[in-house]
Design a protein around this ligand. Structure first.
Ligand code: SF4
Ligand code: SF4
Length: 418
């Protein structure tokens, strides 16, 4: 019998866009412009309890995932999260609650770690790689480096045996440091990594400051992008370089989420991450004041769906507005993507990045397309082998033996056709 699915996830930002750091490439701290100057960004008791109660009540699956993000949620202190956990217990009934905390790690201490371990939190830690790479953009408000503090946070989490998923942003510069970054994570015993391409446009930031809608399409790849935006091909090469190392040495031991998401596509499974799903609409976000938006990357006035204090998750998720938002990803796909051999895995990636024109002049091509095309084509033979292994009830990690053994010829000579 198929297990019931939750209708959508509503990620919470209990301290809004406020953060103790000032990372240059951050797209979210700008959102303070959406709120009044006198705004207290601390989520009120009323919003917290209403959110927890309604979110659990709306959940259809036996497990209810809560994701706490920011800004920097640890600025609220452990007390806020103790209260959140107590409220979850009050309303959980027979449902299992799973909490994830996304943090920059700089405020973590023993007290935090006791709490996180005791309550079985999963932690997403922002860490961009070795010191020089991390400190290139991840700075304090005074411009001070943050690497040492983040590493202290990582060590504490590891000491307490708390599951950590590192979120590593890939910038224009770091894209050329793939092996150094990968080796750094391996040396530091990181077991789960997710690489996130930084793609930002100047108009996004200006428009938010003016309280206007997000940026308008541009006709040239480099028009209006920020200086830290990763170059498309460089991003593809970055993934390929790390993939080649991973597929030979680390499958099953180090989980690079980008490769696991790709494997889902080769297995014909539904994508578990929105950027590679065929439509959007299932990853909503709630600001500290209870306002719910279509997605973390569309926190703009025109994408408001309502407020948790007066509406319900089901009503907002099933609204016509959110339905249209979700379908826009699929419907806005240019013909160039529809006929692309990698479409089944890429789906045109995130609409936020679709600001290029296709070679024949159609709007809506993803900025990272050149990189993705190269990456998906490169991993195809290996993905096919892993799929065959799984279909034969064997571990996909056996791909490492296949590459080393006589079958290497077959892997390397696979037709590039999908
Ligand atoms: S717009 Fe991008 S981030 Fe938002 S739900 Fe769609 S794919 Fe995900
Ligand atoms: S690789 Fe490029 S053409 Fe293919 S689906 Fe992705 S964005 Fe579209």
């Amino acid at each position: 019998m198929e297990q019931a699915r939750n209708i959508a996830h509503i990620l919470a930002k209990p301290i809004g866009p406020q953060c103790n750091l000032n990372c240059e490439y951050c797209f979210y701290t700008e959102k303070t412009a959406l709120f009044s100057q006198s705004q207290n960004f601390h989520m009120s008791d009323e919003v917290l309890e209403t959110y927890i109660q309604k979110y659990i009540a709306a959940a259809k699956a036996p497990e209810v995932p809560f994701v706490w993000q920011g800004g920097e949620p640890t600025l609220l202190g452990v007390a806020f999260f103790r209260q959140a956990v107590a409220l979850q217990k009050k309303y959980a009934g027979d449902k299992k609650i799973v909490n994830s905390l996304q943090t920059n790690g700089t405020l973590l201490d023993e007290d935090w770690c006791y709490f996180l371990k005791k309550n079985e939190f999963l932690v997403g830690l922002s860490l961009d790689g070795p010191e020089a790479i991390h400190d290139r953009y991840r700075l304090s408000p005074t411009g001070a480096p943050t690497f040492t503090k983040v590493m202290q946070g990582l060590r504490l989490l590891q000491k307490h045996d708390i599951p950590v998923n590192v979120l590593c942003c890939v910038t224009k510069e770091s894209a050329y440091q793939a092996l150094a970054i990968y080796q750094f994570f391996k040396n530091n015993d990181v077991k789960f990594i997710q690489f996130i391409p930084i793609v930002e446009r100047q108009p996004d930031i200006k428009a938010v400051k003016l309280g206007l809608r997000h940026g308008t399409p541009v006709s040239h790849p480099t028009s209006g992008i920020t200086q830290w935006t990763v170059e498309p091909e460089a991003y593809g090469n970055f993934l390929i370089t790390i993939f080649d190392e991973w597929v030979r040495n680390d499958v099953g031991n180090l989980h690079v989420m980008n490769f696991e998401w790709a494997l889902e596509a080769w297995l014909g499974l539904a994508a578990t991450v929105c950027v590679f799903a065929n439509q959007c609409g299932e990853a909503l976000v709630m600001e500290h004041d209870g306002t719910v938006y279509s997605c973390d990357h569309y926190v703009y006035p025109e994408y408001q769906l309502g407020n948790i204090l007066i509406s319900t998750p089901a009503k907002m998720v099933q609204s016509e507005q959110q339905h249209r938002f979700g379908l826009a990803k699929k419907e806005g796909l240019p013909s160039y993507c529809r006929t692309c051999e990698a479409e089944f895995a890429c789906h045109g990636e995130c609409p936020k990045h679709r600001f290029l024109q296709t070679p024949d002049g159609e709007a809506g091509l993803n900025y990272l397309c050149a990189g993705y095309k190269k990456y998906f084509r490169h991993i195809h033979p290996y993905m096919k082998v892993m799929r065959q292994l799984i279909e034969n009830n064997l571990s996909p990690a056996k791909v490492m033996d296949v590459i080393k053994g006589p079958l290497i010829v077959k892997v390397n000579n696979q037709s590039p056709e999908y």
